[in-house]
Design a protein around this ligand. Sequence first.
Ligand code: GLU
Length: 389
Amino acid sequence: MAALSATTSCAEILSGARRIVIKAGSSLLSDSQSGLLRHDWMASLAKDLVQLRQNGADVLMVSSGAVALGRRALNLSGGALALEQKQAAAAVGQPMLAGAWAAAFAPLGVVTAQALLTLEDTEQRRRWLNSRATLEALLGQKALPIINENDTVATDEIRYGDNDRLAARVAQMSGADALVLLSDIDGLWSADPHRHDDAAPIPFVQTLDETIMATAEGPNPGTNLGSGGMITKLVAARMAVRGGCTVILASGVDAHPITALSGGARSTVFAPSTTIADARKGWIAGTINPAGQVHIDDGAVRALGKGASLLPAGMTACAGEFSRGDVLAILDRHGAELGRGLASYAAHEAVQICGLRSEDIPDKLGYSARAAMIHRDDLVLLHKDRDQL
Ligand code: GLU
């Protein structure tokens, strides 16, 4: 896709994209009064997505709605649900949701696939690679993945809780070049339009910086049946643009929301950051729960500052149950986080090689392995890449 500018239309973005992730929020899936699924609306979105596929793009969908549907089916109260109730509601609602999408796509000759992901599937590199391979295989078979968080097993400590960030991770994982976040909000505004008469829509964001993040402060406009307000949408957009993905934030309330976008409906487009290195660092920096920590000495702190890799010789301790490829937090001797990087060794190996010179590692482990604990290409430093952490 050519470089984006404020004048690039959504029609151009969507027709130029090779792979597109569409996220549909809970408030779109079910009717706010009756709580019933909006089958006609789903059929209209299915037609739009088939059109995108006919234009040559791979399409993945992240669909919310499991908890909302399940709580209605179980007659759970309108207030906040306890964790087990949410898990139970999702267990009931998810098959209803998946079935409804299968029915919406079947008349169009498209086979859908249900993919339920947990936070670990996107945060642990090994599982990330595994999930990515499954999504690739589905797309290779022309199935349309319908993705949700596996809310039935997710616990409050280990869950996304909102599908905006899940969709951003799916976009990164699948190498998508466009992510469309459909909700009941027609893009980003300079302030909450419900409270400020002078609020103005923001059609294009070149750099998603703190000024932009600050526009989301205050209550979330809209009905907010789902979990994500504007802040989570911006956090998600920031994750995705750092993966090299263009993000479109738009209203999906009316039928055929993608056709409407291509026809010029109001939205906010967030331009991607373009280099692969940026994308990789964004993935490392954006990890929500690093799998472990490595403590380093002052000499290693200085070496990292000069752009070196982290060698086992500079490690004083490490903690956590991590595998090779997992993200680690790098801490100085005061316990302050300096940065993050991908482990070249698993935890059981790392504890044995703490403080060792690289040439002594083969004797200790009984096999020759990598010289660095974290290679410089896999390392993001807080002071250099502050905006990424
Ligand atoms: N995963 C949740 C569900 O399907 C939705 C999360 C959200 O509201 O973003 O019910």
